[in-house]
Write a new protein. Structure first.
Length: 260
């Protein structure tokens, strides 16, 4: 007997520049995840192996469908081929032409990264509007949804690791250090001074941008943080935030279930 759309099981794959995350959703709930660094190169066989590892540990029934978000074009084909072998229907790929139910107030919606779209879909669906997503990854992205539920735009800046690497590469005597908050904004060592500039500086930058967003929207907003480095910065922000590590995967699942 065919399952009702809401009872079906879906694989969601989010390929970001730094990390690739796979999630399995059953009845709309995230039941298993796998996370690994995004390699420089990926074959379809390698993608199939990642899927088998996760599905073999967590699945009793075959999945009904799959959805992919990839901001690494060279990996997209490998994942599509692997997902085609894992599910009975053609995988959905987030990008131009795929309806997401998201109202766009942007000059060129087609240029928006699929991960940004998934984040906004989940934030609007799960937290209402107005809402702002701050994603801490290779880049720090701020996505803004106004009170009407329209994705009106955002900001993109270098992420924590890019900031750290730029210092180390441009200044020969400055080392790479652990990404963590120092004891004080006035670092007592070179290591702490770098941490103050990079980590506390990132928190201050995000707080300042959130102030500008609230000023533009005319009032306070719900702020949701996500991404690989969210745990480093979220607690340093002056704004009250909700941390949601599964936001992108859940946004992909929302899109898939809407098409089921």
């Amino acid at each position: 007997m065919t399952k009702a759309p809401g009872d079906q099981t879906v694989i969601a794959v989010d390929v970001a520049n730094g990390l690739t995350r796979i999630g399995v959703f059953s009845r709309g709930m995230l039941v298993a995840t796998q996370e690994r660094s995004t390699p420089r190169h990926l074959t379809a066989d390698e993608a199939r192996a990642h899927l088998r590892m996760l599905l073999g540990q967590t699945m009793d029934d075959e999945p009904n469908g799959a959805i992919l978000s990839s901001v690494v074009p060279s990996h997209s084909d490998a994942w599509i081929r692997a997902l085609e072998d894992a599910v009975p229907t053609r995988p959905l790929v987030v990008g131009p032409g795929l309806k997401t139910g998201l109202r766009m107030g942007l000059d060129n919606p087609a240029e928006v990264g699929s991960d940004r779209v998934a984040n906004v879909v989940a934030a609007r669906h799960d937290y209402g509007a107005p809402v702002v997503v701050v994603s801490f990854g290779t880049t720090t992205n701020i996505e803004v949804v106004d009170e009407s539920g329209t994705f009106v735009g955002g900001a993109i800046a270098p992420g924590l690791m890019l900031g750290m690497r730029s210092l180390s590469e441009a200044a020969a005597r400055l080392p790479m250090v652990e990404l963590r908050a120092p004891r004080s904004v006035t670092g007592k060592s070179t290591r702490e001074a770098i941490q103050a500039g990079v980590v506390l500086g990132e928190a201050s930058r995000v707080d300042g941008l959130l102030d500008l967003v609230e000023e533009q929207l005319g009032g306070p907003v719900t702020v949701v943080t996500t991404g690989h480095h969210a745990s480093i910065v979220s607690d340093l922000l002056r704004h009250e935030v909700v941390s949601d590590s599964a936001l992108t995967l859940r946004g992909l699942a929302h899109i898939w279930y809407a098409h089921a």
